[in-house]
Design a protein around this ligand. Sequence first.
Ligand code: SF4
Ligand code: SF4
Length: 92
Amino acid sequence: MSKTGWRNLPIAGIIPKAGSSLEYKTGTWRAFKPVVDESKCTFCLLCWIYCPDGAVKRFNSNKKISIDYDYCKGCGICASECPVKAISMVEE
Ligand code: SF4
Ligand code: SF4
């Protein structure tokens, strides 16, 4: 029986095709979700700027934002940065 060494391990960390992040729904990691209080939101878009996952969607036509829960990881940065505290982190 041959010994398994590090040379026999498959090479990891390779993304074989572009655009695969669309298929990987990082929202499944979330324990807390951001909920927006529209009555407080001033559409300053700081949450949109700060979100590391591009999970805040902006709608210029009616000056509203929404959260894409397929990709929101629940980090809470948006809630922390919102100047009027319009975003609350709610346990899933
Ligand atoms: S940071 Fe707060 S006030 Fe600004 S757009 Fe986001 S939710 Fe609205
Ligand atoms: S909780 Fe984090 S990942 Fe989700 S929308 Fe806010 S900043 Fe983006």
